[in-house]
Design a binder for this molecule. Structure first.
Ligand SMILES: NC(=O)c1ccc[n+]([C@@H]2O[C@H](COP(=O)([O-])OP(=O)(O)OC[C@H]3O[C@@H](n4cnc5c(N)ncnc54)[C@H](OP(=O)(O)O)[C@@H]3O)[C@@H](O)[C@H]2O)c1
Length: 225
């Protein structure tokens, strides 16, 4: 692990859930200091303990409430259902100023989760940018990665399309994609997150049609330098 990674602390807000816990596990395994955020610090401590067990006690995963996690981290990742998106963002707005913010939220509207239904801002990530304001770089990533892959060790047959408010922010987020053992692509400005978030509903539809739980996408026709 390089010195830069050693110094980085990643908060996963809603990290007690399916997607957040899987990402937290992978980052802790890669050497990041990980903070699990929750509405309940007790629930966060339990989730952090479960991840530490999976890691045989080798990583650093600590549980606390969402605000404390956001305050203590360099990078803040949001993994909550869309219904909790705005309230969670409002609750950590001051704590994330000057930090990299990675939004994993898909704006699903139950019960029709296999139909693309984007919010007025365009996408969840654009809505996050509106709420968090200037001074926060917002990146959208991991929306197409099923949590079912994340606690396993095998190769994940789904790439991560990374969109965001600046090239530097996307570059930083791509390091976390790689640390999670996934293949990531700089997929352009935050406006492009509309397509990536919407693609999740398409994948959910395909899962239902063809009896899968983890369909994915891969970029072809281009190789990494
Ligand atoms: N699951 C997947 O495979 C997957 C894949 C790609 C993207 N995503 C996206 O990632 C996000 C999280 O998905 P998930 O499956 O991990 O969700 P989840 O397990 O249902 O929920 C994640 C966490 O969000 C918090 N939460 C739940 N309801 C809330 C509410 N009403 N208000 C405030 N906080 C609430 C809970 O944390 P506390 O109770 O600890 O606060 C919960 O543990 C979603 O936007 C989803 O679309 C999921």
């Amino acid at each position: 692990m390089d010195k830069e990674t050693l110094m980085l602390t990643v908060a996963v807000l809603g990290g007690t859930g399916k997607e957040g816990k899987g990402l937290a596990y992978r980052w802790a395994k890669a050497g990041y200091k990980v903070l699990i955020g929750s509405r309940s610090s007790e629930k966060a401590v339990t989730a952090a303990g479960e991840i530490m067990e999976l890691l045989d006690g080798t990583g650093s995963v600590v549980g606390m409430n969402n605000l404390e996690a956001a305050q203590q981290a360099n990078i803040v990742v949001l993994t909550v259902p869309y219904a909790a998106h705005r309230d969670t963002l409002e609750s950590v707005k001051e704590a994330v100023k000057g930090k990299l913010f990675i939004d994993v939220t898909v704006p699903l509207v139950p019960p029709k989760v296999s139909k693309v239904q984007m919010p007025p801002a365009g996408s969840a990530a654009q809505e996050a940018k509106e709420i968090l304001g200037e001074g926060v770089e917002v990146v959208a990533a991991f929306q197409n990665i099923s949590h079912e892959h994340l606690l396993g060790e095998g190769d994940v047959e789904c790439d991560v399309l990374v969109t965001g408010s600046s090239k530097d922010a996307r570059h930083e987020a791509l390091k976390l994609v790689e640390a999670a053992g996934l293949v990531g692509w700089d997929a352009g400005p935050i406006e492009n997150s509309v397509v990536v978030e919407g693609l999740t509903s398409v994948l959910i539809y395909i899962n239902k049609q063809y009896g899968s739980t983890h369909s994915g996408i891969q970029v072809t026709g281009v190789s990494k330098k």
